[in-house]
Design a binder for this molecule. Sequence first.
Ligand SMILES: Nc1ncnc2c1ncn2[C@@H]1O[C@H](COP(=O)(O)OP(=O)(O)OP(=O)(O)O)[C@@H](O)[C@H]1O
Length: 228
Amino acid sequence: MLQCNDLVKKYMNKTAVDGISFEAEKGKIYALLGPNGSGKTTLMKMIAGLVKPTSGTITYKGNPIGVESKKRVAYMSTEPFFYNYMSVADVGKYYKDFFEDFDEKRYEELVERMELGMRDKAKTLSSGLAAKLKIAATLARKAELYMLDEPLNGIDIIAREKIITAVLEVAREDSTILISSHLVDELEKIIDNAVFIKSGSIVLNGDAENLRASHGKSIVELYKEIYA
Ligand SMILES: Nc1ncnc2c1ncn2[C@@H]1O[C@H](COP(=O)(O)OP(=O)(O)OP(=O)(O)O)[C@@H](O)[C@H]1O
């Protein structure tokens, strides 16, 4: 479904992504794991078509990423992407205008589940609630590929469970999900594949179950070993 070949991204003299090749299959959940600055966000932004690779190729369903793939890929960045004056309802309208695959009904359900109010103003939301709003808007799209950059950051444990449940529901619809996070223990339960990134390169990548069996360690233990 998604294929990245020898991707490189250089910013001036900094190499953020250094030769990443990676494939994602339909219906699976992938964790992009790595410490701060390892290149996870840059990789996602290149797949989303927001950052141009210095070299290498990305294909989505056999075609280079572009207008068509952008319609099918829902990317949630770490940066806030709503205007302060917007209410939660306005965010839904804004998304509906932008994305053909935005499902209003699903947005309403997610908003309720995330304990947000349609009339709440974006600027009055706590950072945790604002993070939940981003999740609701992103998952309300009926996309084929979701890329969630640090969706659990700054969110309390109860809300994290809610987000994880919502992600699993989306995954059940045969969507592909890429999640970057430092909160490996939270992700361990739900991921199919783990991709460990270090200094812009993949150092370990595989089916989570196979990795656990072949290394005799949990994904959390592998994370500690790789990045210690
Ligand atoms: N626009 C930019 N200009 C210059 N350097 C950048 C830019 N964006 C990212 N970098 C650098 O590229 C490297 C990879 O950054 P990136 O944000 O992709 O990492 P990350 O794994 O997502 O980190 P984090 O977990 O902190 O979000 C870092 O050293 C970062 O400083």
